[in-house]
Design a protein around this ligand. Structure first.
Ligand SMILES: Nc1ncnc2c1ncn2[C@@H]1O[C@H](COP(=O)(O)OP(=O)(O)OP(=O)(O)O)[C@@H](O)[C@H]1O
Ligand SMILES: [Mg+2]
Length: 508
């Protein structure tokens, strides 16, 4: 028997105007975690979609163990023991956990034995430490829990080759640690894993070997022990990347966003935001640290007018009504939501349209008929595509065909390119490669230096520390306290994130 469980040889895949995979060779050894790294748009997801039978390669061969195989659909892939968690989840929100698992089964039946499935799901979740209630509906679950359902699906199907496409992008560091525990557990049971991530630390922690892709080609495969963050970053983007951006001291001026006694309900009907007071000044970045699911999303949505609330939101000293997004756009507020695909983008519309969706409502462009001319829009879009280094074959391409990171860049370009005065950014660098991340950090700091007020919500403390001038910690919908963005305050921040309050905290 050969040493590899999966081998891809000379894979070529083109889309109109793009060579997404350019003669790619890739081998997965039995029992290894093999990380796949590369810039946004490098071709990682495409290569894995080919492996999983979603796309057909233009040319190239695929082997499982020693056998040459022709994988023409995910169904066939599953028969060969290949399972994949997609970059954007594929669960049905209104179905329960067990129903979703039933849907994915190979021997799909019109009347699946849900009780039997439930039993097995329970046994598997205990064995692999994946705590989730089989009766819960998907929409009720946090991102971390949904991730566990996706993994349970793979385990249920006895997948031996597991493809995880950016599984940690939406996870908190603690959840990522749990995922790694599960991965190690799966290896014991004979699985081999392909792991895609932009987080270099994680890649160095979990993988045995690392393959870097660049512009559709393999730039090299390295043993983990021979790699470090700096060289991986360089190999990915072809230049040195500053992983820690230096920042000038902030000069906060007047109050821009004031929130008073804000209460807002989550989707399940209980209060996710419980009486928050905040004051964000022009020229500063206030970071909100916290474990995901403690009201961050609801807080951002309430401020931007997407969710009902009681209490007050003031911009520039004047009160603004709940649910009035138009007003906020007029006040030049930028919003980068947690979920780019369902909140910030229209997948079927071309990239250039998505880049200007909001401008029609803004102060500057209201009722300017010139802007409705597609030609001028496209020209401006092309400029933005260049500036934000969005990899797309054309501004006419529907955004649903862009790579995950490039979708995120479209949102960032639209929101940040119009000199916003107030920026509400939730996980702004989710899914971005290290080069793009550096660019976004610089853009946000630039906006701050030009006088914008920034409310940054992020799960990653490193991101909070890199960008923020002040840190507020949220726990169960309340602000537990404020701190400095400094490594030395890590313990204090960690305690507040766990709900342990600092003595004498001022709620300001
Ligand atoms: N169905 C499609 N139609 C047209 N172009 C596509 C399609 N799928 C992918 N592409 C293009 O192929 C290229 C590679 O995309 P891919 O999604 O594989 O990148 P990636 O390495 O996964 O990036 P990311 O890190 O951002 O997820 C991109 O330029 C993308 O726009
Ligand atoms: Mg991808």
């Amino acid at each position: 028997m050969s040493e590899f469980v999966l081998k891809l040889s000379n894979i070529v895949k083109t889309f109109p105007g793009v060579l997404a995979n350019d003669h790619v060779d890739f081998a997965l050894f039995k029992g290894e975690v093999h990380a796949l790294l590369g810039e946004n748009g490098a071709g990682k997801t495409t290569l894995m979609n080919i492996t999983y039978g979603i796309y057909k390669p233009d040319s190239g061969d695929m082997y499982i163990d020693d056998e040459k195989v022709d994988i023409t659909s995910p169904h066939r892939a599953m028969e060969y023991g290949i399972g994949m968690i997609q970059q954007h989840f594929s669960l049905v929100p209104s179905f329960s956990v067990s129903e979703n698992i039933a849907l994915g089964l190979n021997e799909f039946k019109l009347f699946p034995k849900i009780d039997m499935i439930k039993k097995r799901v329970k046994a598997l979740s205990e064995k692999f430490g994946l705590d989730v209630n089989p009766n819960s509906r998907i929409w009720q679950l946090s991102a971390g829990e949904q991730q566990r359902v996706e993994i349970l699906k793979l385990l249920y199907m006895n997948s031996k080759i597991m493809i995880l496409d950016e599984p940690t992008a939406i996870l908190t560091p603690q959840e990522a640690e749990n995922l790694f525990k599960t991965i190690r557990e799966m290896l014991k049971y004979g699985a081999s894993v392909i792991f895609i991530s932009h987080k270099l630390k994680e890649v160095l922690e979990i993988s045995d070997r690392i393959t870097v892709m660049r512009h559709g080609k393999v730039a090299g495969t390295i043993m983990k022990d021979e790699a470090d963050e700096k060289m991986l970053a360089k190999k990915m983007v072809g230049r040195d990347v500053i992983l820690r951006i230096p920042k000038n001291p902030a000069h906060p001026q007047k109050s821009k966003l004031k929130i008073k006694k804000l209460w807002s309900k989550g989707d399940e009907g209980s209060y996710a935001v419980q009486g928050i007071d905040l004051d964000v000044k022009t020229g500063e970045i206030l970071g909100i640290a916290g474990v995901a699911g403690n009201g961050q999303r609801e807080l951002a949505e309430a401020i931007y007018g997407l969710r009902k609330y009681t209490g007050e939101v003031e911009i520039d000293g004047s009160k603004i009504q709940p649910l009035d997004v138009k007003k906020r756009i007029k006040k030049n507020v930028a919003y980068i939501p947690q979920d780019r695909k369902s909140v910030a983008l229209c997948g079927n519309l071309p990239a250039y349209y998505n880049l200007f969706l909001k401008i029609f409502r803004s102060k500057k462009f209201d009722f300017n008929p010139y802007l409705f001319k597609p030609f001028s829009l496209k020209k401006s879009a092309e400029k933005l595509v260049k500036e934000y280094q969005i990899s797309t074959s054309s501004v006419n391409l529907s955004v649903k065909y862009l790579s995950g990171g490039n979708m995120q860049k479209i949102v960032l370009a639209r929101e940040l390119s119009v000199d916003p005065e107030l920026i509400i950014a939730v996980h702004p660098t989710r899914g971005l490669d290290v080069g793009a991340m550096e660019f976004v950090y610089k853009t946000l700091l630039d906006a701050r230096d030009k006088g914008a007020a920034v409310l940054l919500i992020a799960g990653d403390l490193e991101e909070i520390f890199t960008l923020s001038d002040r840190v507020a910690v949220i726990y169960e919908g309340k602000i537990m306290g404020f701190s400095e963005p400094d490594e030395s305050r890590l313990e204090e921040i960690g305690l507040m994130m766990a709900g342990i309050k600092k003595e004498g905290v001022e709620q300001k």
